[in-house]
Design a binder for this molecule. Structure first.
Ligand code: ACO
Length: 719
């Protein structure tokens, strides 16, 4: 990856960020004796959460807050200070930053609003320039603060009462983050850290992820994002972190309107949602649809043991709800245990004759709490049954109170060994039971889909944690030769390559372009056509004619010399008629590409993630059905293969209705090369091969039309 894209030029490793989470002393600049002020609230939270380091309220008015003397300035603090929380008006922040620099305080937590989120970019840049020059780091501005369980530090102006635990939350939204504090407390969900990143002027998600990946207390990381900055560094970091921890993301801006709101909210550009979705999947991150879904997942992931295998057993007292759960398992990619002999052996003694030991195991409506207990014991003690999902529909013969005790008991006995989830459905007593058990941290849901969704999240993350890293494959990219082609076009005032130049780049990259040459006269066209071999196609070569077909500058399927002569004359005639002052350099005579499956392969600099690649089938598949997949580049062959398999029309490439399998391996080669190209040559903003014609397995692909756009600082034209 291009290291020139990182947000900071000071070392941003975990060791350096660590002091943000374990400061030896904290100054609060703008601490006020007025309990209504944010600066007061922050001191109050620091004190009441039990922080054991030095606490230094700073305010020229002096006084005392909760037993801590207020010092008049940062310079007058007597003690080690690793963090300064700044809560004074925006116009005074820079001077306070300089005072912190003089005192040698490495971490600034800037709560104050009124910077880039409202267009005050200059002041924010001034602060970051100063802090970078002095080896300091800035969290914020425009944040509610930071919580760290490692040092019992609640340096936020939230409602307090954060429980220590295993979930770390990084949030770009302040209000939502503060609301999450209340929500986690009411659901007894413990946090290892909570970080508000706001404008991300310096410290961003990637810095924090590096630290949290190493933090022993953190089992799950929840990210709330509105926009992506420094996307390629984020991708690189996430790919590593998801090998060690569960990572869940919620990103707003899914809808077009939502994206506009998000962009104006934090001053960062929300990227196209589809690209975000694919890239998160590529990185092994679980993307939740809603805050509630994210909470369900992180809560379960922070507590459940990792399974030792993929097969789940469903135990139910209702056939219908069992079928619903089976559907949900298919939707969320949860596999069901299927060895009928073992199932029969394990469950036949614990159900009536008219029950079913097939999975879902149906204990029938007459099942008692004791029957459930026996069935769950049987499932959870069987080696190949890796996780259990217990479903319960309220019935008249059942004592719900006893059932709650049973769930507590089963959960306590097996929670360390195997993942277990419960779903209860019924009236008031059931709703109360669910609430009570959830407060105790037991994974109980009122809806079967919610219950299966948490298992699905666990299994997706488990697979990621087990996956071996793909060895980095370096595709050859002759950057110098390609750069020289771009320079020539730049000198010509363009921001795009002519067909012949794009072809030159394609050949440098080893892409399989059709054989072709430029002929500058009729005689030469006939000779070249003979050398290439019939049938051929012919296209006008003129930098003044961009849309060749519209100008009548293209002739297809020419079978012999006579057809070449006729076509040449017709092309010249109609192009002169179309644009009389066009300079026509000649015609390109090329091998006529036989038909195959038309695909489209592209690579570009995405505004959020930088280099990305795209793949889809051509024609209506891409235009109407938008059936395309994306990845952040560069990618290796395994990722490229997954990307091809991601499109809905993938079966067409595998071969349907007697058609044979297409040469997918060669598509993969092209994707890998294009990904490396846009990663290495950041000036190339877009490259598209449309169509890339794909033949049967072993017969390769042909890059028929290659278009390349690039940056021209002198403002070159775009094709
Ligand atoms: N050093 C130390 N103390 C100072 C300095 C200084 N250089 N300058 C001022 N102070 C004192 C003030 O005298 C005052 O103390 P006092 O009450 O004893 O008089 C205190 O610092 C605070 O200054 P005020 O001018 O009273 O500012 P106020 O507290 O009203 O607002 C704040 C400051 C909170 C930073 C405000 O400017 C702001 O940005 N608010 C928005 C914060 C926010 O929402 N952040 C995003 C969170 S996420 C979300 O969306 C919820």
């Amino acid at each position: 990856m291009n290291s020139g894209c990182c947000s900071s030029d000071v070392d941003s490793g975990a060791a350096e960020i660590e002091r943000l989470f374990r400061p030896r002393g904290v100054a609060v600049i703008g601490a006020s004796t007025n309990p209504d002020k944010i600066g007061h609230r922050i001191v109050e939270n620091i004190v009441s959460a039990g922080y054991r380091g030095g606490i230094y309220p700073v305010n020229p008015r002096g006084g005392e807050i909760l037993g801590h003397p207020v010092v008049p300035s940062v310079a007058s603090i007597d003690g080690e200070v690793d963090m300064a929380v700044i809560s004074i008006p925006a116009s005074a922040v820079f001077d306070a930053v300089v005072a912190c620099g003089k005192k040698g305080i490495p971490h600034l937590v800037v709560v104050t609003s009124g910077f880039s989120e409202v267009g005050n970019n200059e002041e924010e840049r001034r602060i970051v320039e100063y802090t970078r020059a002095h080896g300091m780091r800035v969290l914020g501005p425009n944040i509610f603060g930071v919580y760290s369980a490692a040092s019992s530090l609640d340096a936020t102006f939230g409602p307090g009462g954060i429980l220590p635990g295993h979930v770390a939350i990084i949030t770009q939204s302040g209000a939502l983050g503060i609301a999450m504090i209340g929500k986690t407390a009411s659901e007894s969900l413990g946090l290892s850290a909570l970080i508000s990143v706001g404008n991300k002027s310096d410290v961003d998600e990637a810095d924090l992820l590096e630290y949290l990946a190493e933090d022993e207390a953190t089992r799950v990381i929840l990210l709330y994002m509105e926009g992506v900055k420094n996307g390629d560094r984020l991708v690189e970091t996430l790919k590593r972190v998801t090998r060690r921890k569960h990572v869940v993301v919620i990103k707003s801006g899914r809808s077009k309107r939502g994206a506009m709101a998000a962009a104006s909210h934090t001053g960062s550009l929300a990227g196209a949602d589809e690209v975000f979705d694919y890239v998160m999947r590529q990185c092994g991150v679980l993307r939740a649809e809603s805050v509630q879904e994210a909470f369900n997942w992180v809560r379960f992931l922070s507590d459940a043991p990792l399974p030792s295998g993929a097969e789940v057993v469903i135990v139910t007292n209702g056939g219908g709800i069992g079928v619903l759960a089976t559907d949900a398992c298919e939707k969320y990619g949860v596999d069901l245990y299927d060895d009928q002999t073992v199932l029969k052996g394990a469950f036949s003694g614990v159900m009536p004759d008219f029950g079913s030991s097939k999975n879902p195991v149906d204990l029938t409506g007459q099942a008692t709490a004791a029957d459930y207990e026996k069935a769950l014991d049987a499932a959870l003690n069987e080696d190949g049954m890796d996780a259990a999902l217990a479903l319960y529909c309220e019935t008249a013969v059942f004592d719900t109170g006893r059932f709650a005790e049973l769930l507590r008991d089963v959960y306590a006995r097996y929670r360390e060994r195997k993942p277990i989830v419960f779903s209860l459905f019924g009236g008031e007593r059931i709703v109360e039971t669910i609430e009570t058990l959830r407060r105790e941290g037991i994974p109980v849901f009122g809806d079967v889909y919610e219950a299966v969704s948490v298992l699905g999240a666990l299994y997706r993350s488990w697979r990621r944690l087990r996956e071996a890293d793909e060895a980095t494959t370096e595709a050859e990219v002759d950057v110098e030769t390609i750069g020289a082609v771009l320079d020539r076009a730049r000198a010509d005032g363009r921001g795009f390559l002519l067909a012949q130049e794009a072809r030159e780049v394609a050949e440098v990259l080893g892409l399989p372009v059709p054989r072709s040459r430029v002929a500058r006269s009729l005689d030469e066209a006939v000779r070249v056509a003979g050398e290439i071999g019939y049938p051929v196609v012919m296209k006008v070569v003129s930098r003044d004619i961009v849309h060749k077909s519209d100008a009548g500058g293209v002739a297809l399927d020419l079978d012999d010399d006579a057809e070449v002569i006729d076509a040449y004359q017709a092309i010249m005639r109609s192009c002169r008629g179309y644009k009389p002052d066009a300079v026509i350099e000649g015609v390109e005579v090329a091998e006529m590409v036989r038909s195959g499956v038309e695909t489209i392969v592209g690579a570009r600099q995405d505004p959020s993630f930088g280099p990305t690649v795209m793949f889809g089938l051509g024609g209506i598949y891409v235009e109407v059905m938008k059936d395309v997949s994306f990845r952040a580049a560069p990618i290796g062959p395994a990722e490229a293969n997954e990307m091809v398999a991601d499109i809905r029309s993938y079966p067409l490439l595998l071969g349907v209705r007697g058609e044979s399998r297409k040469d997918i391996d060669r598509i993969v080669d092209v994707l890998v090369v294009l990904g490396h190209l846009v990663d290495r040559c950041r000036d190339i903003t877009d490259i598209e091969i449309n169509p890339l014609v794909v033949y049967d397995y072993g017969e390769g692909v042909r890059a028929v039309d290659v278009r390349i756009l690039f940056r021209n600082p002198k403002g070159g034209d775009v094709a």
